[in-house]
Design a protein around this ligand. Structure first.
Ligand SMILES: NC(=O)c1ccc[n+]([C@@H]2O[C@H](COP(=O)([O-])OP(=O)(O)OC[C@H]3O[C@@H](n4cnc5c(N)ncnc54)[C@H](O)[C@@H]3O)[C@@H](O)[C@H]2O)c1
Length: 447
């Protein structure tokens, strides 16, 4: 794919910028990655595979030790891939931020959650930036990858780095490049997912593009960090809004007595102008339930109400409650109350075949059912135990738990489940993911 026509790039021809560029191109540059989680670890491995030396920084000493033993804790990175890179010295991890001074390029991949009032919590980005600023030297490139609101790189990061007295685009280089990783996706990974970059100056863009070109097949520059920040939020808002639309369609279909899954499958046969999204028990993960609120927060400061984002957030966040109502109705049909009934939740992770439970709707469903007096339990092959509001739940052995439950709720459709057998042995199944498609049984209720 060609470079965006709006982006201007200017490779530094002399000075520290030219030296940095030649080190990157010769693959003798050292890359620092701050935050070794779902984003930072795969990226570190990709840079190291491309031949660059990588130092990973994290506050979590257990992650650092695990990584230095060559043991991956992120399912998308196989230990068999990590270990040789560690053994050959291409990747090392540390909690010692003094080593940032050694790095030619530093990529920030720390979490950007929401605070209790749903306002952006950029404290970890600020901490990481301050750690860099304290050691910033001429000839370094800094890239922010954490998802954030448009303006963060320019308004929050740049002043902190410039406070060192170095000039951006001349003595140091700054860019934003959103991470697009889709954990568990067998087809798209860090390497073959096109990477957007927005440089603070045309030179920053040229240096950042050169770095990512070592590790990523396609790099697409846009005109500014703000545009790159907005790209990521458009992508995630697009998903949130479309999922909300289809969740509402599911509620409509329920009232109409129409099978929403049949409707979507049939609509998806249209070869243009339609893209299927699927309803579910609610949004989960670190991105889709959170990122759009970064955008709406920013727009609030500009006296603009992001109506689609708010409405989508409302519809999606009501889905766990809807699932619980469906459980209650199904039990009621069988002259049972929720109180005292045994409810087994299948799948706790926020999506299929991953171990990540952050923001998972299953957690809300467990809480809501428990507050209505149900005796809840769960099974998830990826999540052996779970801490929920101060108590710990253990994943139950699958088939005995299925047989024992008054109702089984399929919340996450892991591919390892044998749904036919589950339906056969369960008393009642509420399937929120259409995992039981093709299984005709009066015991199965669908979203
Ligand atoms: N997980 C995804 O699928 C995904 C996809 C695209 C974008 N993102 C974005 O990428 C960013 C990182 O997400 P993640 O899923 O990798 O998070 P994560 O929680 O898996 O990893 C973040 C790591 O940063 C470390 N950390 C926190 N503060 C630190 C500090 N000051 N210095 C050094 N390390 C620190 C944590 O210990 C943790 O290991 C977020 O902004 C997220 O929205 C995530």
């Amino acid at each position: 794919m060609s470079d965006s026509p709006t982006a201007t790039l200017e490779a530094p021809q002399s000075g520290v910028g030219a030296e940095l560029l030649s080190r990157i191109e010769a693959r003798t540059a050292c890359v620092g990655t701050i935050g070794l989680g779902y984003v930072g670890l795969p990226l570190s491995v990709e840079f190291a595979t491309a031949g660059l030396s990588v130092i990973g920084f994290d506050l979590a000493a257990d992650k650092v030790s695990s990584l230095n033993r060559g043991e991956s804790y992120v399912s998308d990175v196989a230990s068999s891939r990590l270990k040789p890179l560690v053994d050959s010295g291409k990747v090392k991890a540390t909690t010692d931020f003094a080593l940032l001074a050694k790095c030619d390029a530093i990529v920030i991949c720390v979490p950007t959650p929401l605070g209790k009032t749903k306002d952006p919590d950029l404290s970890m980005v600020v901490d990481a930036t301050d750690a860099i600023a304290a050691r910033l030297r001429p000839g370094q490139l800094v890239v922010l990858e954490s998802t954030t609101y448009p303006g963060t790189t320019e308004e929050l990061i740049l002043p902190r780095l410039e406070a060192r007295g170095l000039r951006v685009g001349e003595e140091f280089f700054l860019a934003f490049s959103p991470e697009r990783v889709d954990p568990g996706n067998p087809r798209f990974n860090t390497r073959n997912t096109p990477k957007i970059i927005g440089g603070m100056t045309p030179r920053c863009a040229a240096v950042a593009r050169s770095l990512y070109r070592r590790a990523v097949d396609t790099v697409i520059p846009v005109s500014s960090p703000q545009a790159a920040e907005m790209v990521k939020l458009l992508e995630n808002t697009f998903r949130s809004v479309n999922i909300a639309l289809v969740n509402e369609v599911a509620l409509m279909c329920d009232r109409l007595g129409v099978d929403v899954w049949e409707v979507i499958d049939a609509a998806a046969s249209k070869p243009f102008g339609f893209m299927p999204f699927y309803p579910g028990p609610g949004l989960g993960g670190h991105c889709i339930p959170i990122d759009p609120f970064y955008l709406s927060w920013k727009l609030k400061t500009l006296n603009y109400r992001a109506r689609f984002i708010e409405l989508a957030g409302e519809v999606n966040s009501e889905m766990p409650e809807y699932v619980c109502d469906r459980v209650a109705d199904a039990l009621n049909e069988r002259e049972r109350s929720v109180k005292g009934s045994r409810v087994l939740v299948l799948g706790i992770a926020y999506k299929r075949d991953v171990e990540d439970v952050r923001e998972s709707p299953a957690l809300d469903i467990l809480r809501l059912l428990e507050s209505r007096g149900a005796r809840v339990s769960y099974n998830d092959p990826f999540v052996p135990s779970l801490s929920l509001d101060g108590h710990t739940l253990q994943s139950q052995e699958l088939m005995p738990a299925v047989r024992d439950a008054d109702v089984v709720v399929i919340v996450t459709d892991h591919s390892g489940y044998r749904y036919e057998q589950i339906v056969e042995e369960a008393q009642l199944v509420l399937d929120t993911r259409n995992a039981t498609r093709g299984i005709a049984s009066p015991k199965v209720l669908k979203l």
